[in-house]
Design a protein around this ligand. Structure first.
Ligand code: FAD
Length: 321
């Protein structure tokens, strides 16, 4: 059951799977397991739905300041698994304004979440396996052995409700730390689209001549709407970074289902084994969701373990209140 809203986190995300993170460019949590799993998973979705929804795209990381250059080179000297340096640091000068050189992060992946979600939606609707409607938790009844909702009786209910999970009465005690992000879509004819360009913010190849630019990470916000402030920031960033004419064609915002300890919420409710959850994907849904969806399914079907760091059983005390 899914209410098709236009600006959910997945529909606003750029879809990057970046193997390194933060100012110190350390390896992303569990990336050695997540990357190959994600590649396989998106390839299988692609075969099933007859689409291509994952590609390799190196990240060209233009250093915004000299200390970022030093941090990259320092990390490169310690671990070269995902980092390399260009042969000619000036080769991007016809396109991009930069003063401190760049490094390359690869392999990195770009998933096409928009295409995947719309194709998957049509596939499930065609099979009569999806209802496009709002789920009202107050109408959900635990009958003891089953969960009843309107005309449905089920053995289990699994919530994958993203940021709305913050208000889900069965799991609302979980330590969410919701986080708002904004992006613009911008047309830049002539800008190469084989790489993801990063200079503090990311410029991600989208459709023909169009790029996704974002994003912000706001822990405090009043609503989930796009702001004038970010639009102006994006315009300035583009003026200072891109050397060709551009025009902003769209502007969107959404709320990420982030968690205070930056680990997802996966598994079965400690007090009610008919209720499950797959949420808390934060800034990394594209790589975490396929991996942990698979763990959850294997747990439900074959009683296989869910990784302790992600298992929602770690909140047994809070969820039993
Ligand atoms: C600007 C931005 C950029 C991002 N970039 C990246 C990126 O490059 N890489 C990456 O890995 N991640 C990125 N993310 C994070 C990523 O978007 C999230 O981790 C991921 O989309 C979360 O997916 P989800 O399915 O849990 O939640 P959602 O995408 O929010 O989906 C939840 C679904 O549940 C439905 N729903 C909720 N409540 C109900 C209800 N009561 N009844 C019916 N339906 C309901 C909603 O309508 C929605 O369809 C980004 C996020 C933002 C905002």
């Amino acid at each position: 059951m899914d209410e098709s809203k236009p600006f959910t986190a997945s529909k606003v995300a750029s879809g990057i799977i970046n193997p390194v993170t933060g100012r110190r460019i350390v390896k992303t949590w569990m990336i050695d397991e997540l990357m190959p799993f994600a590649w396989q998973a998106y390839q299988s979705f692609g075969h099933l739905l007859n689409i291509e929804c994952i590609a390799q795209k190196p990240i060209i990381d233009f250093f915004p300041a000299p200390q970022m250059r030093l941090a990259f080179i320092d990390r490169y000297e310690k671990d070269r698994q995902f980092l390399s340096l260009p042969e000619n640091e000036n080769d991007w000068l016809p396109f991009i304004q930069y003063d401190f050189g760049y490094g390359i992060v690869q392999p990195a992946y770009l998933t096409d979440i928009q295409l995947l979600l719309s194709s998957q939606r049509n596939y499930l609707l065609g099979k009569g396996q999806l209802r496009n409607e709002y789920f009202d938790a107050s109408l959900c009844i635990d009958t003891g052995n089953t969960i009843a909702y309107k005309d449905i009786t089920a053995g289990k209910i699994i919530f994958c409700d993203g940021a709305a999970g913050f208000n889900n009465p069965f799991f609302s005690n979980l330590p969410y730390g919701l986080n708002k992000g904004e992006m613009v879509l911008v047309e830049v004819p002539g800008l190469p689209a084989e790489q993801i360009i990063k200079k503090g913010y990311s410029l991600v190849p989208w459709k023909e001549n169009t790029f996704w630019l974002g994003s912000t990470y706001l822990w405090e916000f009043d609503d989930d709407l796009p702001t004038r402030g970010f639009y102006q920031f994006a315009e300035n960033w583009l003026r200072q970074t891109v050397k060709m004419p551009f025009s902003i064609v769209d502007h969107r915002a959404s709320v990420r289902p982030a968690t205070l300890e930056r680990k997802p919420f996966v598994g079965v409710h400690p007090s009610n084994n008919k209720m499950g959850i797959l949420n808390g994907m934060g800034t990394k849904g594209c790589s975490l969701a396929p991996f942990f969806a698979n763990q959850l399914v294997n747990h439900l079907l074959f009683n296989e373990p869910i990784m302790a760091d992600a298992n929602v059983q770690r909140f047994k005390r809070i969820l039993s209140r």
